[in-house]
Write a protein that binds this ligand. Sequence first.
Ligand code: SF4
Ligand code: SF4
Length: 473
Amino acid sequence: MQPNPSRKNGWLYFQLKSSEISGSSEYSGLPYSCIPSIEPFMKASTLIPVTPLPSAKKDLSPTPAYQRRFHVMAKPAGAQCNLDCDYCFYLHKEDLLQQPKKPVMDDATLERFIANYIDSQDGEEIVFSWQGGEPTLMGLDFYKKVVALQKKYQPQGVRIENDLQTNGVLLNDKWCEFLAENNFLVGISIDGPRELHDKCRKMRSGKPTFDKVMAAIDCMKRHGVRFNVLAVINRYNAKYPLEVYRFLTREVGATYVQFTPCVEPKDFTTTAPQFWSESMIPVQDSPRCKPGHPLSVVHDWSVDADDWGEFLKVTFEEWVNNDMGRVLVNLFETAVAQTLGKPAQICATAEFCGKGAAVEHDGKVYSCDHYVYPEYELANIHDMSLADMVISDRQKAFGLGKRNTLPKQCKKCHFLRLCWGECPKNRLLKTKDGEPGLNYLCSGMHAFYQYAAPMLVGIATLVKQGKLPLARQ
Ligand code: SF4
Ligand code: SF4
């Protein structure tokens, strides 16, 4: 097959059908384990740095192989939010972390964070991510301060980027002017067409939010704000994969889509991940693994693992047939990259964790955005540098734990190198032989990889042959 790309708006378009791709691969029919080992690439990408820090002893080894690069999500408004989405994993942290009613990052903490985050890295680009709760609750003046401080501390030759994850409710012309002028990349949360979006994403008053989010998207488009969409795939919208995918890519016009599976253990507001009582952990395929069961391990709105697999299969097929090269879907891009032997693009499918910490409004830093629990607090940025926290033994152990605590079922899994047991916060099950640490989404992930593997190797073959670039040109 000779793909014949056409170019439009800076994107390459391919007229490919999933059936042609799976038939074209030189790897087709081979077991996945025949694909060259990707381990060296994974290690290079996911281990934390390793350029010595000023506090380290003199390093006499040859030039360090890696640069210091890591990522911190900032939560300047803590868990505060103007919505009350059914599935929000962060809102309840207000109580857990004993946050004040209206937590805000003060000027001293903000300046310390910006200066230290910049100083702790030596790549050519530093990315600040502003998240929540809802980060726009800090007001526009806060982000004007952010930009001014970034300029103050910006080293020569280093690019500073900002991204902002928002529910969009507060975005208006003033916000969008600022975001466009300062080149923020906005991630906007939208779960699909009106009925599916409004099912879970509500104002605190219970009113729907769809119209407000769509107005925010229009406003961003008018002002030329760069944006992508984040859809939380829950028990309800998971049943409508094509409706969700087509709405986001065709009606909203998103060219970068992040799908996040909603997995919310019933006791997540009080119990940190991996601190679950072992006797409460259900065995894979038992009734308690399903949302909706009275004794389920997860809340009702969590996605059913099998529906998640089906959602990925259907949207992957649609993406391959119509959008590859034009629309980036986080889970599919990473699967292709990993098949090619390149680093995972998202932490959930990487071999290790640990490169993405979270800083709360009061300067406390946690191992990960999903591990903002007292048990996973690293230190406060007023007391320790971020770089030292990120290379601390504790954070390294956290990062390595993703691979080192995998149950035998994962270690033997055909798709280990694509999945790596997915995110540890979702490892809520025991395997059938009683070993804890299996991912709640396992059955869905496995079904998806089984279905997609021949196409993935086909795509990888075409990319290797230079016939199918996936990234934006
Ligand atoms: S715990 Fe999950 S979200 Fe956090 S870094 Fe690991 S894979 Fe990513
Ligand atoms: S598909 Fe299941 S068994 Fe395989 S690596 Fe992923 S979670 Fe483990």
